[in-house]
Structures are given as structure tokens and as C-alpha cells.
Ligand binder design. Structure first.
Ligand code: FE2
Ligand code: FE2
Length: 192
């Protein structure tokens, strides 16, 4: 399994199970529109999954909240039409997630839908839409920030200067900058 040996490190034990579940789920069930993508691959989504679960664990999220992040990680870039900004791929991926839940045995979580929907938009828009929604509590804002930080931490794949660390939203993500670089190096060594 992708990143399996990193997961066996004791420090990451608490996220091992949800990581394995959602990674396997992605490999077996999530269909990507751009399978030949250079930048938005399943390995990108796996690293985002790892980082989102790690920040989520450090923030003390519940198991359900952790799963909401896991589902967002494995669906968020599945409906891209190109490797550029492609605004709207978040909305398409969110609809895919919702449809998938209707047709399969996967629990629908409104937080996953909103995080996925607005992950490619400015925080100001995402945060205001989440705040407006009657189906979401304030915790959804925290989940959105964690997810966007995890996605941002994998920007080092685009180049050494591709992440502006000043824009990271959570303390935990700030502390994971070097780990994110390590995770990327490790996956490049193993999978290229
Ligand atoms: Fe995206
Ligand atoms: Fe992404």
C-alpha cells in the first residue's frame, strides 16, 4: 500500500486504519476523469489523505469527522478536466461524491460535500457558504481549513517555492511543512 512503511512508524499509528480504509476505497472505487494527469494523481490524493488525517488527529477530531476528511481527500480531484486551476472541478467532484453515496453503500456527509465543492475556491467564499448552510455546524469550518491546508502542503510537488507557508491556516500545518516535503520525496522514490 502507498506509504505503508511510513504508516508503520508508531507516531502515525492513530491514523493508520482510516488511511488504509480510504486509500483502498479510492483505489477500488473512485474513478478519475484525468487518469494521465501529471499533478492531480491518486498519489497526490493519497498524500493529501495522509496529511488531512494527521492534522485532524492532532486537532482531536471525532472518528466521523476524520472520515469526512478522508472522503473529501479521495474524491476532491477526481473530476478534473485539466491540470490547471480548472475552477469548478470541486463542484463536479462534490456532485460525484453525492451521486456515489446515493448509488452505493457510502454514508453521505454534508461536510465532505461542502469541503469538496469549495476546495478550489477562495477561503472567503467557502467559509461564507459553509456558514450559511443550515445543515452544517461550526466544526465544518475547521474541517474545511484542515483540508485546504493538507491540499496546500502537497504543493511542493509543483516546485520548491509553490507553497506560501504564510497562507497556511492551522498551527498544525505550519509544523508539518518539512514532513510534507519528506512525504513527497518518499513517494517519489518509491513510485517513480
Ligand atoms: Fe483540486
Ligand atoms: Fe488536490
Amino acid at each position: 500500500m502507498f506509504l505503508a512503511d511510513t504508516l508503520n512508524d508508531l507516531v502515525y499509528k492513530p491514523i493508520k486504519k482510516p488511511y488504509e480504509i480510504w486509500h483502498k476505497f479510492m483505489e477500488q472505487n473512485v474513478e478519475f476523469w484525468l487518469p494521465e494527469s501529471e499533478w492531480h494523481t491518486k498519489t497526490h490524493c493519497a498524500r493529501v489523505l495522509f496529511l488531512a488525517l494527521l492534522i485532524g488527529h492532532q486537532k482531536g477530531l471525532s472518528a466521523k469527522e476524520i472520515d469526512a476528511l478522508g472522503m473529501a481527500a479521495v474524491f476532491h480531484d477526481s473530476r478534473r478536466l485539466d491540470d490547471g486551476i480548472d475552477k469548478g472541478h470541486g463542484r463536479r467532484a462534490a456532485e460525484y461524491y453525492k451521486d456515489y453515496c446515493r448509488g452505493h453503500d457510502l454514508p453521505y456527509d454534508a461536510r465532505t460535500y461542502y469541503i469538496t465543492y469549495y476546495h478550489d475556491q477562495d477561503d472567503s467564499l467557502g467559509l461564507s457558504e459553509i456558514a450559511k448552510s443550515s445543515s452544517l455546524s461550526e466544526r465544518a469550518i475547521l474541517l474545511y481549513q484542515i483540508f485546504k491546508d493538507a491540499d496546500a502542503l502537497d504543493r511542493f510537488r509543483l516546485g520548491p517555492d509553490a507553497l506560501n507557508v504564510n497562507l497556511l491556516r492551522t498551527e498544525e500545518a505550519h509544523r508539518l511543512v518539512n514532513f510534507a516535503k519528506y512525504l513527497l520525496q518518499k513517494s517519489r522514490k518509491t513510485y517513480s
